[in-house]
Design a protein around this ligand. Structure first.
Ligand code: DQA
Length: 142
């Protein structure tokens, strides 16, 4: 069982950016937390981040034949990117959408999620624990 965790723009700024929304844990803390969780569960994991839409599309395409599940926080591309939606549809790998903040209680422009149309589950507002919930959902019973 292999999970690919993909983070979009500005998530490398965790711990610095808007701590009221995203908390004080750094991106390195997040990666370490995911790796520890997966090691304990016996799940292989790869974690990556990019600020570039095309690089995120490349990462999703690269999962084809290589990953059994995807956990993705596309950051602001959640609300704009049909290309990322299409990539998830193309590879047809079970994918969970994660948002650290409670997007449904924020600005109107954050209420649209293109990627949600291709996801088996969405987790919002659970901080970085949301990534672990998403991983558990994808690996349950596997
Ligand atoms: C986010 C929410 C998005 O609206 C925002 O653009 C982000 C982070 C979250 O994790 O809560 O970059 O995806």
């Amino acid at each position: 069982m292999k999970i690919l965790v993909i983070n979009g723009p500005n998530l490398n700024m965790l711990g610095i950016r808007e701590p009221d929304h995203y908390g004080k844990e750094t991106y390195a803390d997040l990666v370490a937390k995911i790796q520890k969780h997966c090691e304990a569960a016996g799940v292989e994991v790869e974690v990556l981040q990019s600020n570039h839409e095309g690089a995120l599309v490349d990462a999703i395409q690269g999962a084809y034949g290589n990953a059994d599940g995807i956990v993705i926080n596309p950051g602001a591309y959640t609300h704009t990117s049909i290309a990322i939606l299409d990539a998830v549809k193309a590879v047809n790998i079970p994918t969970v959408e994660v948002h650290i903040s409670k997007v449904e209680e924020r600005e109107d422009f954050r209420q649209i999620s293109y990627i949600r149309l291709a996801c088996v589950k969405t987790v919002t507002g659970h901080g970085t624990d949301g990534y672990l919930e998403a991983i558990d959902f994808l690996t349950e019973g596997k």
